[in-house]
Design a protein around this ligand. Structure first.
Ligand code: PSU
Ligand code: MN
Length: 303
């Protein structure tokens, strides 16, 4: 098989021990270097502290990998020749022998092929604000409509049109629940300003929903567990609104399109908030990784 699952991850899956998939685009293209490598290592350590095995996903030299060693993580974080790979890019990268970091869509596909059911990230991709003109909707949404995986995230990136993204998730039939909240989180912000219809309060409740998905059968769609960044670690909402408006104007003025849009906006926010957006982003991801490990444990315990 073309997919390479690390020995540690393979053993954990075989023994029904908790495993958490982690995406690599946030490392390679979503965070500034060299901080990104530290973060990658820190996130893996946080998963381990909760008693689960981390499985960071990437493609190296044409080989899709679930579970990276330190040297492989260093390559991803180093960025040289590391492309950004959504799920549609995977066969091209494999056939071409290329290396790349996987987005939520690329990671969710490879993780589920490897048999990993729980995945942690920062914020999902979604519908961009200029959608009526650009038709830019992240491939994350379509893939999550077709993949049975639980994604713990802090909502969708606030650079997006959040209301439109929530609507698309509804249309596509993807289950969404707030974790410990009735509000949909706003990535850098604890509250996006939009409600969610469902709320889950414990890892055990999340695992129960996953079991109900399997018991019901039907199309293999995802479960999105939207876990807010703690209020005292969020980005100041006023700063967020001001800097984001500026970033969106810069993106348009510079003619940035396609895959480059998300990294451009995230980088702009980090620079223009003096790193405050980075701190909030990291706080969100850390919380998601910890929760995902607890969900994976509850899931493994019940099987
Ligand atoms: N969340 C972050 N940083 C990121 C991303 C999400 O905190 O870099 C990445 C994810 O990999 C997500 C991707 O899948 O951005 C979406 O990109 P696009 O809009 O091009 O689909
Ligand atoms: Mn896009």
């Amino acid at each position: 098989m073309v997919l390479t699952v690390s020995e540690e991850v393979r053993e954990a899956i075989a023994a029904n021990r908790p495993v958490v998939a982690l995406e690599s685009t946030i490392i390679a293209h979503g965070l500034p270097r060299p901080r990104n490598l530290q973060v990658a290592l820190e996130l893996e350590a946080a998963v381990r502290r909760e008693g689960a095995v981390p499985a960071t996903v990437a493609v190296l030299d044409g080989r899709p990998r679930v579970g990276l060693d330190k040297e492989q993580l260093e390559r991803v974080a180093g960025g040289d020749g590391i492309r950004k790979l959504g799920h549609r890019d995977l066969p091209l990268a494999v056939a071409g022998g290329e290396s790349g970091a996987t987005t939520v869509s690329g990671t969710a596909l490879l993780a589920s092929l490897a048999g990993v059911r729980v995945f942690a990230t920062g914020g999902l991709g979604g519908v961009h604000r200029e959608w009526t003109v650009t038709q830019d909707e992240s491939a994350d949404l379509g893939l999550l409509a077709r993949t049975r995986i639980t994604v713990v995230c802090a909502g969708v990136k606030s650079i997006l049109d959040v209301a439109a993204t929530l609507q698309r998730l509804e249309t596509l039939g993807v289950a969404v629940a707030g974790y410990g909240t009735d509000r949909f989180p706003g990535f850098y912000l604890s509250d996006s300003g939009h409600p969610v219809d469902w709320r889950l309060d414990t890892p055990g409740q999340v695992a129960d929903v996953m079991r109900a998905q399997d018991a019901l059968g039907g199309p293999g769609s995802a479960l999105i567990v939207a876990n807010p960044v703690p209020g005292d670690e969020q980005l100041d909402p006023e700063v967020h609104a001001r800097v984001l408006a500026e970033a969106l104007r810069a993106c348009e003025a510079e003619g940035i399109t396609g895959q480059a849009v998300t990294p451009f906006l995230l980088d702009h926010l980090v620079r223009r908030t003096d790193g405050a957006s980075l701190a909030a982003n990291l706080a969100a991801v850390r919380g998601n990784v910890r929760l995902a490990a607890r969900v994976a444990a509850a899931w493994a315990a019940g099987e």
